[in-house]
Design a protein around this ligand. Structure first.
Ligand code: IPM
Ligand code: MN
Length: 364
């Protein structure tokens, strides 16, 4: 097949990890006979400085005509970020508008750690047990992050507010995505909420219950978000399957899941809407290590696998990328943030060398 892909390289380590992801993407194209036409566009904090907007019109046009979007991490060092007005910061001025523009309401964050890689996790091997395999699904275009805001100041207006709204349609749509995934994988679904306090959570649960009635084959449980945070450290494997979150709770607990894996560098993600999908690593742009060839490209390369799967339906190709990523790690190779005193020097790879290995395995 032939696909057009918008490439938003982003800031910080973005260019380095994107280069590796594109390398792997083109290896997939070559091996399986697909053409991926990639068009780069400015996006993020550096785009604000060069174009006056972190998601400038030309980037919107490139994204509009693309079949899918690959986005790198965004954000520069604090002193540079401080020169950007609040509404032009990449989070508010680029990421949220990108999500809204394509209504990418379903955020997939797979959290996978096979037992053979248990040593990557800061948790004890017996807690990792037979391995972690949780597909975290987060609602991405509603809730607190998109509600009306009133912003007070210490010296001016004496209050602030962020409105938290969920409509029945929004809850139903994301719940269906989660139940479909649970049904497909023949796994349990855990719905996360804060219904002991929040009206929106009680409403969320009531709508989830109506969807549940269509999926009586799926094993279902629900858990309070604070308890889920606790249980994810005590015994994460109990949630193997699908976890469903609203926007903010999912934002927080997916980062916690990165901690279980030992690095947010191991956390790719896909943001899926009715007409367009974009993919991105779940981590930031790490400006402190940019340009040093030490960033872990796993999450950006894994995002390629998610794009192949979710945007193009190329499951075989996606699996080839997942398998290659896992093999590099099970062969013992590590980027530096995954190492400890026992890691042999010849197994520590730079960003490029890690990408080379993944590409070579895909090409085999
Ligand atoms: C994420 C990020 C974003 C979010 C920020 C950068 C807007 O933390 O994708 O998890 O909060 O969703
Ligand atoms: Mn986050």
């Amino acid at each position: 097949m032939t696909k057009n892909i918008a490439v938003l390289t982003g800031d910080g380590i973005g260019p380095e990890i994107m280069a590796e992801a594109l390398k792997v993407l083109h290896a997939v194209g070559k091996k399986y006979g697909h053409i991926f036409n990639c068009e780069e566009a400015p996006f993020g904090a550096s785009a604000y400085f060069s174009h006056g907007n972190p998601f400038p019109k030309e980037a919107q046009d490139v994204c509009d005509r693309a079949d899918a979007i690959m986005k790198g991490p965004v954000g520069l060092a604090v002193n540079e970020m401080n020169r950007i007005p609040q509404e032009m910061r990449p989070e508010i001025g680029a990421i949220l508008p990108l999500r809204k523009r394509y209504n990418t309401f379903a955020n997939y964050r797979p959290v996978r750690l096979p037992a053979s890689l248990a040593s990557l996790s800061p948790l004890k091997p017996e807690i990792i047990g037979k391995g972690i395999d949780i597909l975290m699904i987060r609602e991405l275009v509603g809730g607190l992050y998109f509600g009306d805001k009133v912003e007070g100041t210490a010296t001016g207006m004496k209050y602030s507010s962020d409105e938290l709204i969920y409509t029945a349609d929004e809850v139903r749509d994301i719940a269906r995505v989660a139940f479909n995934e649970a049904r497909k994988g023949k796994v349990k679904l855990t719905n996360v909420h804060k219904a002991n306090v929040l009206a929106t959570s009680r409403f969320w649960n009531a709508i989830v219950d109506t969807v549940r009635a269509e999926y009586t084959d799926v094993v279902y449980e629900s858990v309070l978000v604070d308890n889920a945070a606790y249980q994810l450290v005590k015994n994460p494997a109990q949630y193997n399957g699908v976890m469903l979150f609203e926007n903010m709770q999912g934002d927080i607990l997916t980062d916690q899941a990165g901690g279980i894996l030992g690095s947010l560098g191991l956390m790719p993600s896909a943001c899926v809407g009715p007409a367009k999908t974009y993919v991105e690593p779940a981590h930031g742009s790490a400006p402190d290590i940019a340009g040093k060839n030490i960033a872990n490209p796993y999450s950006m390369i894994g995002s390629v696998a998610l794009m192949l799967e979710k945007a193009f339906g190329l499951d075989r190709e996606a699996n080839a990328v997942w398998n290659a990523l896992t093999r590099v790690l099970t062969d013992g190779y590590r980027t530096v943030e995954l190492t400890d005193a026992s890691t042999k020097k010849e197994y520590i790879l730079g960003t490029k060398e890690f990408g080379d290995r993944v590409r070579d395995i895909v090409a085999e």
